[in-house]
Design a protein around this ligand. Structure first.
Ligand code: HEM
Length: 447
């Protein structure tokens, strides 16, 4: 697709069922995501595929259902309470992971870091969402482990529907992948409903209102008086899905880039030490984490640029498709019929010379820095990793905060190398851009 995009900024793929239009032209991206936003959405095709897992959550719906959730959720995401609550959780889980890395560094063992990151981000987003510790990292709760497995299996089986034209029949007959999906979503739902009901009971039986002051997303939604548990399940589970794989995969590619570009890794380590004022040396992750303040993170412009540069080349959502609701013409003259899919391509776009210049395929964080050293954002219609327009990623700041806390702690304490730098690292073909087979690395203590 990247090769094709270099030749044709927009092209059409004719399939027996639907036309698919792929674009990497920022003008078209702006048109579908913002200017004529109402004419491009998830549509019934996505809704049907996603419904069993995502329900009526924000990822699956359009129109009024979307608007309502977007409104409440954006408000929640901007509160100081959620911010502080989530920062404490990110720090706790970053230290937990750093301690595992520290043991591996001491004993000179290799690590598969992508899997550890997936567990760490699931634990974080789960606790932010439901206020409960899942601990998939250490697997201390059997029920939590079952949930985490069911969650991954359900996501993979839901994806499978996009290529399996017989899925509806299989669902009707309750056989094969669809029977498995049903079984896994049942485990998922039972776990989530139990959590929601327990919290409702706690709220109803508590005498003071200290329970109302909890920072997790579920408690915030329960502040209203009406409890529609199904709707709550949908809303909150969508956040878990949104926040888990995207952040973990980005961090895995980021570590890969730092191993490939050791000078960038060293420059980040230097910035982390300077901004946390730990130039004399860093003792242990547990001690160091308290130096990673909001203020210090804010000043880490180079780290911010290096993460953004990773997302430019390895966007967690590599292709994003919308359905066209009524006949339309894109700014470059392409005509689109009702029911066609129009997809913009963050992965291909990140590699286009006509967008980024001759060095488009190089990893160069400096491109994001102003002369004065400050981070300089690009147009979201060119840098599309977080989507753009009214449906731009709701968790962007939240994700950067988590990624910066994790990176500052990791790079401050350790130096990373690939276990085998001859091994080809590439992506797995799925909705999110994961590293195929994970990332084997070695870590070394910096002090
Ligand atoms: C590096 C990390 C992340 C990346 C690259 C990313 C990227 C994206 C993209 C491309 C979309 C549009 C998907 C679509 O077409 O529906 C999206 C939507 C969304 N993201 Fe993120 N995301 C990240 C992390 C997060 C996190 C941590 C959260 C929440 C905790 C989050 C919450 C959401 C939500 C709720 C939406 C739906 C917005 C809407 O439809 O109005 N994201 N994100």
């Amino acid at each position: 697709m990247t090769h094709l995009a270099a030749k044709h900024r927009t092209y059409r793929l004719l399939t027996p069922f639907r036309n698919e239009i792929y674009t990497s032209d920022p003008r078209n991206v702006e048109y579908i995501l913002k200017t004529n936003f109402h004419n491009f959405g998830k549509g019934s095709y996505n809704y049907d595929n996603l419904r069993d897992l995502l329900g009526d959550g924000i990822f699956a719906v359009d129109g009024e259902k979307w608007r309502e959730q977007r409104k409440i959720s954006s408000h929640e995401f901007s509160t100081k309470m959620l911010r502080e609550f989530s920062i404490a959780i990110f720090k706790k889980n970053a230290v937990k992971l750093a301690n595992i890395v520290s043991d591996a560094a001491t004993s000179n063992h290799t690590l598969e870091i992508q899997d550890l990151l997936m567990k760490s981000t699931l634990d974080s987003i789960f606790q932010v969402a439901f206020g409960t510790e899942l601990d998939s990292m250490c697997g201390s709760s059997e029920e939590g482990k079952k949930f985490a497995d069911a969650f991954d299996t359900s996501s993979a089986l839901t994806l499978w529907r996009y290529v399996d034209v017989f899925w509806k029949l299989k669902k009707f007959l309750n056989i094969g992948s669809e029977a498995q999906l049903k079984e896994n979503t049942k485990i998922l739902n039972e776990f989530v409903f139990k959590l929601i009901n327990t919290r409702i009971q706690q709220l109803q039986s508590s005498k003071d209102d200290s329970d109302n002051k909890r920072g997790d997303i579920l408690s915030r939604f329960l502040e209203g008086n009406e409890f529609d548990t199904r709707y709550l399940r949908d809303i909150i589970l969508n956040f878990v899905i949104a926040g888990k794989d995207t952040t973990a995969a980005t961090l895995a590619w980021f570590i890969y880039m730092l191993c490939k570009y050791p000078a960038v890794q060293e420059r980040i380590a230097k910035e982390v030490k300077e901004e946390t004022m730990c130039e004399e040396g860093i003792s242990s992750p547990t001690d160091f984490v308290s130096f990673i303040t909001d203020d210090a993170l804010e000043k880490m412009n180079y780290l911010h640029a290096a993460l953004t540069e990773t997302l430019r080349l390895y966007p967690a959502v590599p292709v994003d498709a919308k359905m066209c609701f009524s006949e339309d013409t894109l700014p470059d003259g392409y005509s689109v019929n009702k029911g066609d899919t129009v997809a913009y391509q963050p992965y291909a776009m990140g590699r286009m010379k006509f967008i980024w210049g001759e060095d488009a395929e190089e990893y160069r964080p400096e491109r994001w820095l102003h002369e004065n050293g400050k981070f300089q954002p690009e147009s979201p219609f060119k840098f599309t990793a977080f989507q753009a327009g009214p449906r731009i990623c709701l968790g962007k700041d939240f994700a950067y905060r988590q990624m910066k806390i994790f990176s500052a702690l990791m790079i401050g304490c350790f130096r990373f190398e690939l276990n085998d730098d001859k091994k080809i690292v590439t992506y797995k073909t799925m909705i999110n851009l994961h590293i195929d087979g994970g990332l084997q690395i070695r870590a070394f203590h910096r002090h």
